[in-house]
Design a binder for this molecule. Structure first.
Ligand code: OAD
Length: 251
C-alpha cells in the first residue's frame, strides 16, 4: 500500500480504469460472479442489436429495470475517493466500462464512458437524444417522436458486436498513454478492447495497480495487486496521499 501511495504522490498523471466491481458496494450487480447478471441472463438475448430488433419491448424493459436500480443506488466510498483524487491530486481521467453514471454522481468530471450511459437513449435514425426528462413520451411505442421519424429509440449503451464510441475510446487511449500510474479497479479484464487499457498504459511505462478482491488475468502483469474492495482500498490510498502531502509541507 505504501509503495503505491508513493507512486501516486510522485505521478504527474494518474488514470483510473474501472469495471462493475467498482459499483458492487453500491448494490449494483456485477456480470461474471456466481450470482452475476450473465449467470442469470443471456447477453445475446438482451444486449445485442438483433435482440433489440426482435423484441424491443423486452430489451427496453430489461434496461429500464436496470436504470431504476442504478438510479436508486448511491455512489460508494470508492467513487468519492476517485472524485477527490481528481479534485485534490493528479487523477486526470476515469475510464469506465460502467454505464451506471455513478462516477459523475460522485463528482468525477473527466470520465470516459467506454460502454455508454444507461440514462441516455437515442433514435437509431435521426439521432434525437432522449434522457430522463423526455424519455417518458416514447415509453409506449419505443419510437422517435420527431416529425417524420418513427424509428426505434435505443439505450445509449454498447451492445455485443458493436464498436466502442470513437471519441471516448480515443480519449481513453490518450489518457492511458500519458499516465504514470493506472489504477485498474473492479474489472475481470476479459472484455476487449476496453480490457487493453492497462496494457496500453504499461507499454508506455505506466505503473499499473490492480484493486480487486480476487486475482484476475491482469494480476500477473500488474506492478502491484491490492487485494480487497475498492470502497475500502481507494479511501485508504486517498488518506495516504493526504498524509504524504502533509508530511512534505511540514518538512
Ligand atoms: P465483471 O463482472 O466481469 O467483473 C467484476 C470484477 O469486479 C470481478 O473481477 C470481481 O472480482 C470484482 N469485484 C467484485 N466486487 C468488488 C469490489 N467491491 N471492489 C473491487 N472489485 C470488485 O465486470 P466487468 O469487468 O466490468 O460490457 O465487465 C466488463 C464488461 O462485461 C461490462 O462493461 C459489460 C459486460 O458484458 C458491456 O455491457 C458492453
Amino acid at each position: 500500500m505504501e509503495i503505491v501511495t508513493d507512486r501516486l504522490s510522485k505521478a504527474a498523471e494518474i488514470a483510473a480504469f474501472t469495471g462493475a466491481g467498482m459499483s458492487a458496494e453500491s448494490g449494483v450487480t456485477t456480470f461474471r460472479s456466481n450470482d452475476g447478471l450473465w449467470a442469470k441472463f443471456k447477453p445475446e438475448e438482451l444486449a445485442s442489436m438483433s435482440a433489440f430488433i426482435k423484441n424491443p419491448r423486452l430489451v427496453r424493459g430489461w434496461y429500464e429495470e436496470r436504470r431504476k436500480i442504478v438510479a436508486a443506488a448511491k455512489p460508494n466510498a470508492g467513487h468519492y475517493a476517485l472524485a477527490e483524487m481528481e479534485r485534490d491530486f493528479r487523477l486526470q481521467t476515469v475510464i469506465t466500462q460502467n454505464i451506471d453514471n455513478l462516477h459523475r454522481r460522485a463528482g468525477s468530471e473527466a470520465v470516459c464512458e467506454l460502454h455508454g450511459n444507461i440514462e441516455q437513449n437515442y433514435c437509431m435514425d435521426c439521432g434525437m437524444r432522449y434522457d430522463g426528462s423526455n424519455f417518458a413520451v416514447i415509453d409506449e411505442t419505443q419510437r422517435c417522436t420527431q416529425p417524420g421519424c418513427t424509428e426505434l429509440v435505443r439505450p445509449d449503451v454498447v451492445w455485443f458486436g458493436e464498436l466502442l464510441p470513437e471519441d471516448e475510446w480515443n480519449s481513453a487511449v490518450k489518457a492511458a498513454e500519458r499516465a504514470d500510474v493506472v489504477l485498474s479497479i473492479g474489472t475481470s479484464g476479459v472484455v476487449f478492447p476496453a480490457a487493453s487499457i492497462p496494457q496500453i498504459a504499461r507499454k508506455q511505462g505506466a505503473y499499473v495497480v490492480e484493486i480487486n478482491p480476487e486475482a484476475t488475468c491482469l494480476s500477473q502483469t500488474a506492478d502491484a495487486f491490492l487485494q480487497g474492495h475498492s470502497g475500502e482500498i481507494l479511501p485508504r490510498l486517498l488518506e495516504g496521499l493526504r498524509h504524504q502531502r502533509q508530511q512534505s509541507s511540514i518538512r
